[in-house]
Ligand binder design. Structure first.
Ligand code: B12
Length: 219
């Protein structure tokens, strides 16, 4: 089983590097069929190699077309795996309401979607506002839905400033104290959390769930 798992993860990695969308979907279905941990498959088979493509893009070794093509592979595979993750965690009572979205100007959705799925699987009620969400929409939705936690995703150094803007707007309207705020995305650090007055940062989906649970404990 262990060998089979490693073999499938390695085939998933190859599918991502060679832009094979259908192959990734089939392999993800095989992961589900064989009862392999879908979270591990997502991280080892798809997320890690996608980050490698990102690093190559940064150094000029990969083109934007390659980045887009490998992201499509990741999305196809994660669509199948996310369903399985949610299915495994179904029928739990809600631990709390979690409002999540990617900030304005930023269309990166993959990490946010993985975090949402794992939160659902862990028992949170998740409301996902999608990507490129204006600051004002976050504020309105906090007012309307009264979530326990607000999760703000930003993948770029140029868009993470929106996390600060949203927290500022919530403070100005007297809404900040009613909601815990957790920020995420690759550029986020503990230093940034302090600087913008958030409550926590989540560095991957597992860590996001852990932090969310501990914030609920503080509530
Ligand atoms: C895939 C990808 C894309 C895809 C996105 C597809 C999609 N549907 O999401 C496409 C090709 C569309 C894309 C576009 C662009 N991209 Co891009 N992209 C990436 C890449 C390679 C991977 C991101 C990803 O999905 N990672 C996999 C997931 C699983 O990891 P993750 O996103 O980090 O999420 C995890 C954690 O961060 C955390 N997390 C994430 N969100 C949240 C939220 C909460 C609440 C919590 C608690 C935790 C949490 O948990 C997640 C799960 O483990 C990164 C490189 C990188 N190292 O991040 C560049 C990267 C983010 N992109 C970059 C750039 C520059 C762009 C473009 C501007 C490119 C261009 N020249 O057009 C556009 C921007 C468009 C826009 N306006 O947003 C830069 C940003 C640089 C910067 N300024 O900081 C990066 C860093 C690449 C690079 N090294 O240069 N991109």
């Amino acid at each position: 089983m262990r060998l089979m798992k490693e073999e499938i993860f390695s085939q998933l990695r190859d599918a991502l590097f060679f832009f094979e969308v259908e192959k990734a979907r089939e392999l993800a279905e095989k992961v589900v069929e064989l009862g392999i941990d879908p979270v591990e498959a997502l991280e080892e088979g798809l997320a890690k190699p996608l980050r490698e493509v990102g690093a190559r893009f940064e150094t000029g070794e990969a083109f934007i077309t390659e980045l887009i093509a490998s992201a499509e592979v990741m999305e196809a595979g994660s669509e199948v795996l996310n369903k399985e993750i949610a299915r495994r965690g179904a029928n739990r009572k809600s631990l709390g309401r979690f409002l999540i979205g990617t900030v304005e100007g930023d269309i990166h959705s993959i990490g946010k979607n993985i975090v949402s799925t794992l939160l659902i699987a862990s028992g949170f009620e998740v409301i996902d506002l999608g990507t490129d969400v204006p600051t004002w929409t976050f504020v309105e939705k906090v007012k309307e839905l009264e979530p326990d936690i607000l999760g703000l995703s930003a993948l770029m150094t140029t868009t993470m400033v929106k996390q600060k803007e949203i927290i500022g707007a919530l403070m100005d309207l007297g809404l900040r104290s009613g909601v815990k705020i957790i920020v995420g995305g690759a550029p986020v650090t503990e230093e940034w959390v302090k600087q913008i007055g958030a409550d926590a940062a989540g560095y991957d989906a597992g860590n996001a769930v852990q932090k969310a649970l501990s914030l609920m404990g503080d509530a």
